[in-house]
Design a protein around this ligand. Structure first.
Ligand SMILES: *Cc1c(COP(=O)(O)O)cnc(C)c1O
Length: 413
C-alpha cells in the first residue's frame, strides 16, 4: 500500500524497511494492530502497543527507519528540532533514538507533562537524544522552534528539520491500518464499515479519508473531539473558526487539546473539488486569525458525501464511557479512545460494523482512570519501573538564542 505513495524508494527496500519496523518485538503483538471485539459489530482497533503506548508510534517508527535510510543514501545528517506537550515528542524520540545521521532536540514545558510521559522521554540515555525542559508553557516551546526556523542561515548551517503532524509520510503510513481494520472485521469486500477516530490535528482521520478515496468501503468516518471542538463545529455547521490560545481548554484527553487542526487543509482541498486557489483564499482567512464558513455551499454538502459525521465529549462523558466499557466488557480504555467510542456509539448505524481506533493506553492517563474506576491502570510488561529510572535533560529559559547555542554546542562544526 505504501508503494502507492512512495515511488522514489525501490520496492524491495521499502518492503525491507517495513519488515524491520513492524515487528512483534516493537509492537508487542504478532498482529501489530490487533482487533478487540467488545460485542458483535463493535470493535477496537489497537494502535497503541508500540514503544510509547500511543498510536503515533505506528507512523513514527517507520519514519525513523526512512530517515536513516535516506540520510545514509545521501550521506547527510539532520538535526530534528521539535516542541511537545507529550505524545508527539516521545514517539519521535523512540523512533529516532540511536539512528545514524540524526539528532533530536525536543523542547517541552518544564513540569507540565504527566509523570509517565516525562519519564518516557527523559529516561532515554541515547547520545543522539537531547531533552530540553523549558521554563514556560507549551506555546513558549513552539515559539522557540519558530524563532530558530525563521533564522534561515542558522537553519541551513545546522541542518534543522522537523517531524511534525503535517509530515506526509506519517499520514501515508496511517492509511495502512484502516485497511487492516477493515479486513479484520469483514468477510467480503461488499461490506461497509464505520471508523470512529479521536481527533486533534486531523492526521489520523485524514488517513481514513485517503483510505476511503482509495476505494476502501467506509460508510462513515466519525470524527470525535473533546471540549476543544473546532472540528466538530465545522462538520456540524460549516464554520471553521480557529481558537485563540486563551480559548483552548486543558482537558483529560490532552493530546486532542488543539486550537486549529494542521492537517485539515489537506481534506479541505478535496472538499472544494481540488481547487488550490480556493484553499488559498480560505487559509488566508485562517492565517489572519479568522475563520471561514462553508454553510450553504455545495462544498459543505461534500463533507457528508465523503462520509464525515462528528461529535464531541466532556470530562464527564469520558468518565462515564471508561466506566461503562470496563463494567460491560471488562476492557480498560484511555481517555482519548473514550472520546472516540462515545461519539462512535452516538453515530453508529444498524448493520454497519463500528471500529473505534484506540489511540493510547490507559496507563498514560492514570489520574483520570483512577477518577473513573477507583483503581490504577494496568502497566504493560516492561513499563512498571519506568518512572524510577534515572532521567537526563537540560533546563533552559524560554529563549531562542539559548536553544541555538545549545544546538551549536552539541552538533559540532
Ligand atoms: C495525537 C493524538 C490524537 C489526535 O490525533 P490527530 O492525528 O492529531 O488527529 C488522539 N489521541 C492521542 C492519544 C494522540 O496522541
Amino acid at each position: 500500500m505504501l508503494r502507492k505513495f512512495c515511488d522514489d524508494i525501490p520496492a524491495a527496500d521499502l518492503q525491507a524497511l517495513c519488515a524491520k519496523t513492524y515487528t512483534s518485538a516493537v509492537f508487542r503483538s504478532e498482529a501489530i494492530t490487533p482487533v478487540k471485539t467488545l460485542e458483535p459489530g463493535l470493535h477496537i482497533l489497537e494502535l497503541s502497543n508500540g514503544p510509547t503506548l500511543a498510536f503515533k508510534d505506528m507512523a513514527m517508527q517507520l519514519l525513523g527507519n526512512l530517515f536513516e535510510y535516506v540520510l545514509a543514501k545521501k550521506n547527510e545528517r539532520i538535526n530534528i528540532l521539535g516542541a511537545t506537550s507529550g505524545d508527539t515528542g516521545s514517539s519521535a524520540e523512540y523512533a529516532l533514538r540511536g539512528k545514524r545521521g540524526v539528532n533530536v532536540f525536543m523542547l517541552s514545558p518544564l513540569g507540565k507533562m504527566s509523570a509517565f510521559q516525562t519519564a518516557q522521554m527523559f529516561s532515554l540515555q541515547d547520545a543522539n537524544i537531547f531533552n530540553i525542559a523549558v521554563r514556560g508553557v507549551f506555546d513558549d516551546c513552539q515559539d522557540m522552534v519558530k524563532a530558530v526556523n525563521s533564522d534561515s542561515a542558522f537553519k541551513a548551517r545546522q541542518r534543522i528539520g522537523a517531524v511534525n503532524s503535517i509530515n506526509w509520510a506519517r499520514v501515508a503510513a496511517q492509511v495502512v491500518y484502516y485497511f487492516r481494520g477493515y479486513f479484520a472485521v469483514t468477510r467480503s469486500n461488499d461490506e461497509a464499515v464505520a471508523f470512529a477516530v479521536p481527533s486533534g490535528n486531523f492526521g489520523n482521520i485524514c488517513a481514513g479519508h485517503i483510505a476511503r478515496m482509495m476505494g476502501l468501503p467506509i460508510a462513515r468516518l466519525i470524527l470525535a473531539t473533546n471540549e476543544n471542538n473546532v472540528l466538530d463545529e465545522f462538520f456540524r455547521s460549516g464554520s471553521y473558526r480557529v481558537r485563540p490560545a486563551g480559548e483552548v481548554a486543558q482537558t483529560s484527553s490532552p493530546s486532542m487539546d488543539i486550537s486549529k487542526a494542521s492537517n485539515f487543509e489537506r481534506f479541505a482541498f478535496d472538499l472544494v473539488g481540488r481547487d488550490a486557489a480556493m484553499v488559498k483564499r480560505l487559509w488566508s482567512k485562517v492565517d489572519a486569525g479568522g475563520a471561514f464558513n462553508l454553510a450553504g455551499t455545495p462544498y459543505f454538502a461534500n463533507a457528508k458525501e465523503f462520509g464525515f459525521v462528528s461529535g464531541s465529549s466532556t470530562h464527564a462523558d469520558r468518565l462515564a464511557t471508561i466506566r461503562r466499557v470496563y463494567k460491560d466488557y471488562g476492557v480498560m480504555i484511555d481517555t482519548h479512545t473514550a472520546d472516540g467510542l462515545k461519539v462512535g456509539l452516538e453515530q453508529r448505524q444498524p448493520g454497519v460494523p463500528l471500529i473505534c481506533l484506540e489511540t493510547a493506553l490507559p496507563v498514560k492517563f492514570a489520574q483520570t482512570i483512577r477518577e473513573a474506576l477507583g483503581r490504577d491502570p494496568d502497566y504493560p510488561p516492561g513499563c512498571e519501573s519506568l518512572e524510577s529510572l534515572p532521567q537526563r535533560f537540560a533546563v533552559m529559559d524560554a529563549d531562542a538564542a539559548a536553544v541555538k547555542a545549545y544546538i551549536a554546542r552539541h552538533t559540532g562544526p
